[in-house]
Design a protein around this ligand. Sequence first.
Ligand SMILES: [Zn+2]
Length: 254
Amino acid sequence: MQLFDSHAHLLDEKFTADFDEVMTNVNDHMALVMNVGCNLDDCRRTVRLAEQYDKIYAAVALHPNDANDFTDDLWQEICTLAAHDKVKAIGETGLDYYWDDAAPDVQKVLFIKHIDLARTLNKPLIIHDRDAHQDTIDLLKNQKAETIGGVFHSFSGSWEMAKIVLKMNFYISLSGPVTFKNANKLLEVAQNVPLDRLLIETDCPYMTPVPHRGKRNEPMYVRHIAEKIAELRGISPEEVAQATYENGKRLYRI
Ligand SMILES: [Zn+2]
């Protein structure tokens, strides 16, 4: 299967102990992995990782939960890293109202900076939206982000919301929760998103899909998400893998 994990955090400390083994699994089972940096150190190391491994590409940003860490110097370095050849997206950026690490207004200012950076560099956005659906959509619309495009990662909205996201020129990326028993509204999304606008991801080390739920997640488990979507749509897992692989390459311009 031609698997592209469109969103991973391989530099999380949960991978430290067996990093080489995880990378062997990537080499053996994966076509491509987009690794996402969330803070300055993570972004620096993500770019280095992408330089080391052919199959790894990078995205850089300051995560909305870390918005209070913003300084001009930090931002300057993120902008420099973002221009690197193997950095193919700006993210993850957006709004997170689940954790109250940073005030919504502080998150919004940072989000807009990332949108401007994506526009300047002509690279797509990776959107993090947790419990902030309406504000995320409103802000993207106000900033005319449809001219940039990108992906709503680990999408958690309804099919109604997905239609708005698709209209705004964004892709939908599904992760572990689509395999959970309580997936409910995500099943409708998985069935109805046009196959050429769908991505799959692990968001590892979190969001582990069934049948590994409860354990640490890793890129090769993205296969289970492809299988679940295939089952819901009545097509083969290979078909889902191939389509999402091509979509990822198109979106990230790989
Ligand atoms: Zn993430």
